[in-house]
Ligand binder design. Structure first.
Ligand SMILES: Cc1cc2nc3c(=O)[nH]c(=O)nc-3n(C[C@H](O)[C@H](O)[C@H](O)COP(=O)(O)OP(=O)(O)OC[C@H]3O[C@@H](n4cnc5c(N)ncnc54)[C@H](O)[C@@H]3O)c2cc1C
Length: 364
């Protein structure tokens, strides 16, 4: 109800109904004669700048790992990205995955399902969120930043401390990566930990071998009988919402570009795109990138520039973002990243003080 009130207020304030084209699919955008023409399924738009806020995932193609003999399984297979009308009341549900989605879903689904089994290839760090916590936003931000910075500067000692202080972590439940190298999964009011402790949710840490008529067979040979198998296996990363980009009639292959400050691409003039953090709030970065975009446009207006294009810096193999859903899609990402740090505090400062004309951009 509160969300509805807020969205109504924002709708009025920003005149959203008039200013947003709803139910519109962007198909392509082309730069020619110093302007972009953006084609949608309904009409075309011309503009000097294009800003993509298309998120990070391919909405039509979730990540669905394939196991042998899928057609033999007689139950239902569903990906969390395409839930449809899946029913799980009184059913044996198996969830495959170890990330935020699996950890959130398991204790929730067991409220109605007959049995929930969580199959994980590798464990994740899980933090508990206290729903009664009432500290101020400023204090909470300070606390999160403090923990985040500790995790960046004292990786190994924090890891040791977490394992020593929390009885949940043992040989099988401790992740191979360090705390906050990826965004940790969350449990609300201990719901996940309690469901596991009370054996309501069984956790199996093993790879899947193949599908069987009645469920899935693990590498050890054990079969988990399932009516519904939920693939909480994540998405496939995608930049620019799958929109085709043309510059002077040439289709741009994003894999042949350099990624400037995680907000522009070489060879694409006046095109901005938001990308966030994988180990911190995604939207925190959207905010500082938006501010930087405004600064860039104001700088161009002030100096009578028409276009601004990042330079191509050549190939570099080390990916800037080490998350599975990105590593799986490296061929859809720029082949080099520069001036892009997965560190909110550092970027907040850099975005405030770094010059707009920082020699990595060509202004015309
Ligand atoms: C399970 C899960 C948990 C997450 N938890 C957090 C969290 O705790 N904190 C956090 O900060 N972030 C979290 N995220 C990341 C989250 O996705 C972002 O924070 C947030 O949704 C990003 O907002 P956005 O506007 O950039 O992208 P989105 O919310 O993904 O919006 C993109 C929009 O672009 C539209 N679009 C895409 N392509 C086209 C096209 N071709 N034509 C027209 N429209 C198009 C889509 O329809 C969509 O409306 C989580 C994500 C997932 C999947």
């Amino acid at each position: 109800m509160k969300l509805k009130t807020i969205s109504m207020r924002l709708r009025k304030k920003f005149n959203i109904k008039q200013n947003v084209a709803f139910d519109t699919q962007v198909e392509s955008t082309s730069w020619k004669h110093n302007q972009w023409t953006t084609k949608t399924n309904l009409k075309n738009y011309s503009s000097q700048y294009v800003i993509f806020c298309t998120g990070s995932r391919d909405r039509n193609n979730p990540h669905l790992p394939k196991f042998k003999n899928e057609s033999s399984f007689q139950g239902k297979i569903v990906h969390t990205q395409a839930w449809g009308d899946t029913q799980y009341k009184d059913k044996n549900v198996t969830i495959i995955g170890s990330g935020c989605t699996a950890i959130t879903m398991a204790p929730s689904i067991i409220k109605e399902a007959k049995k929930v089994t969580l199959v994980q290839r590798s464990p994740a760090w899980i933090i508990d969120i206290d729903s009664q916590e009432r500290s101020s936003r400023t204090y909470k931000t300070f606390e999160v930043l403090k923990d985040y910075l500790t995790s960046r500067f004292f990786k190994k000692s924090l890891r040791r401390k977490m394992i020593a202080c929390d009885p949940y972590y043992n040989e099988t439940t401790t992740p191979s990566y360090d705390f906050w190298d990826q965004r940790p999964a969350s449990s609300l009011d201990q719901d996940y930990f309690r469901a596991v402790e009370l054996n309501k949710v069984s956790v199996v840490r093993e790879g899947v071998s193949n599908w069987e008529k009645k469920g899935i067979k693990l590498k050890s040979g054990k079969v988990i009988n399932s009516d519904v198998v939920v693939m909480a296996t994540g998405g496939n990363a995608q930049l620019l919402g799958g929109v085709d980009v043309f510059v002077d009639d040439q289709k741009v292959n994003i894999n042949n570009t350099s990624w400037y400050r995680g907000m522009m691409f070489s060879g694409m003039p006046n095109l901005f795109a938001h990308a966030g953090y994988i180990n911190f709030s995604w939207t925190a970065r959207c905010e500082i990138v938006s501010q930087r975009i405004c600064k860039t446009i104001n700088y161009m207006n002030k100096n009578n520039y028409i276009s601004c294009t990042p330079r191509y810096l050549g190939e570099e193999t080390k990916p800037a973002i080490q998350a599975n859903y990105i590593l799986r899609a490296m061929n859809k990402f720029p082949n080099r990243t520069y001036k892009f740090y997965q560190n909110y505090v550092l970027e907040w400062i850099i975005f405030k003080i770094a010059k707009i004309n920082d020699k990595a951009l060509d202004f015309k």
